[in-house]
Design a protein around this ligand. Structure first.
Ligand SMILES: Cc1cc2nc3c(=O)[nH]c(=O)nc-3n(C[C@H](O)[C@H](O)[C@H](O)COP(=O)(O)OP(=O)(O)OC[C@H]3O[C@@H](n4cnc5c(N)ncnc54)[C@H](O)[C@@H]3O)c2cc1C
Length: 378
């Protein structure tokens, strides 16, 4: 049974946001800046955010050439241009909001590595530079094959290399901490360990139910507006929505002596990515080895993929170097069955949300949160 005080003061908010990932936090900050007098609370089911935002690779990237070429097979050129622009804007917004030092931003550029059979990707460079030239005065993509030997990568495996000067990396942990601190400093309330189980629109607002394991009961909160930022976990509320969870595996080595990598790297249409981080190598990806196995909302290791990642470290990324794996983890992304465009969703005047950020939510999150805040304010 709730106390008189709890019922009188602790159950009603102006705006409830579900999910404290990049989108939930940015949306809360935007709405609090717009409506300083409103009580805005974020409900997060985990003690820490438990989706993708604290478990990613920290690439501030917009898309590699092979990935963009692949996307052109299914997406019209205008859609690709618009998605690239939104990713670029999103990174600019994140940097402006939090500052480069707070998020550990480094603009060391990126390299895409290609195998012998991928020469068609090189042929697409000029076309993509023309398509994207309005977004950047510099040439975005250029051939940089010498980098393979310079970085100590296997020239037998990687034959060609494309550099992109505008991409960079962030320190994901520091970025999320800075976002949380900014939200708290503006007066946003963040409640962790609150798993929302259902919601229901009512005449005077929205009832939001959350489990309370300590009391062994469900608590009914109320709000004027509900904002859903649950990305891969949105199917719990909207089972018919085109959102497929996709788990991503990541591992990081201990510091490697004589490491010559610089910035961020992608290969195989973006399915694999690695970077230098504090003298270590962070490597992730390989979902294409087991799409079905990784279509899950449960964190956990996929041994086939992890073993393959270690094989790649040994033979292709750090050939001849001694290395040890320090940590391995996973995170859950959200994909559409055929589109890479995120979903901005208005369920009703009181309920809206934004989800399905794919593998580039660090880049897309801030921009999407602005669009979502506008939708909530309408
Ligand atoms: C392994 C990996 C590597 C990645 N690498 C990159 C990268 O290098 N660059 C890049 O741009 N993007 C990357 N991404 C993608 C990026 O991290 C995501 O697109 C982005 O973080 C999504 O943010 P979000 O706020 O929408 O979702 P999330 O961060 O998943 O947040 C959703 C939150 O909602 C909470 N939640 C869910 N259901 C409930 C409920 N019922 N009640 C309460 N809370 C709930 C979850 O616990 C979670 O904290 C990567 C993702 C992964 C998994």
């Amino acid at each position: 049974m709730l106390s008189y005080w709890e019922q009188a003061s602790l159950l009603r908010y102006d705006i409830i946001i579900i999910g404290s990932g990049i989108v939930g936090l940015n949306t809360a900050i935007n709405l609090k800046e717009q409506y300083p007098g409103k009580e805005i609370v974020i409900f997060e089911r985990g003690i820490l955010p438990t989706g993708a935002s604290t478990r990613n690779a920290g690439f501030a990237c917009f898309g590699s050439v092979s990935e963009l070429v692949d996307d052109l097979r299914t997406e019209p050129r205008e859609a690709l241009y618009s998605l690239f622009k939104r990713r670029k804007n999103g990174i600019d917004l994140l940097r402006k909001r939090l500052g480069d030092t707070a998020i550990g931003f480094r603009q060391d550029g990126s390299h895409e590595l290609l195998q012998e059979h991928e020469t068609d990707v090189l042929d697409a460079i000029d076309d993509l530079n023309v398509l994207l030239k309005d977004l950047d005065q510099n040439i975005i993509f250029s051939e940089a094959h010498d980098h393979i030997a310079a970085a100590g990568l296997s020239p037998a495996h990687f034959r060609y290399c494309i550099a992109a000067n505008t991409e960079g990396s962030i320190d994901t942990g520091r970025m999320m901490k800075a976002l949380m601190q900014l939200a708290l400093s503006k007066g946003v309330i963040i409640k962790t360990g609150v798993q929302v189980t259902r919601f229901e629109e009512q005449a005077d607002g929205v009832r939001v139910d959350a489990e309370d394991p300590l009391r062994g009961s469900v608590i009914n909160f109320n709000c004027e507006k509900l904002v859903i930022c649950t990305n891969a976990f949105t199917g719990h509320f909207f089972p018919d929505m085109d959102i497929l969870p996709g788990r991503g595996q990541v591992l990081i080595t201990r510091p490697v002596e004589g490491l010559r990598l610089k910035g961020i790297y992608h290969f195989d249409k973006g399915y694999y990515y690695f970077r230098e981080l504090d003298g270590r190598v962070l490597l992730g990806g390989g979902r294409n080895l087991d799409f079905e196995g990784e279509r899950t909302m449960q964190m956990g290791a996929n041994n086939t993929i992890v073993e393959h990642l270690i094989y790649q470290l040994k033979h292709d990324i750090l050939p001849g170097n001694h290395f040890e794996i320090d940590l391995q983890w996973s995170g859950i992304m959200a994909f559409g069955s055929s589109s890479k465009t995120p979903l901005l969703y208005k369920h009703s005047d009181r309920i809206s949300g934004a989800f399905r950020l794919g593998g580039m939510g660090v880049a897309l999150g801030s921009q999407l949160a602005i669009d979502l805040s506008r939708l909530v304010s309408e």
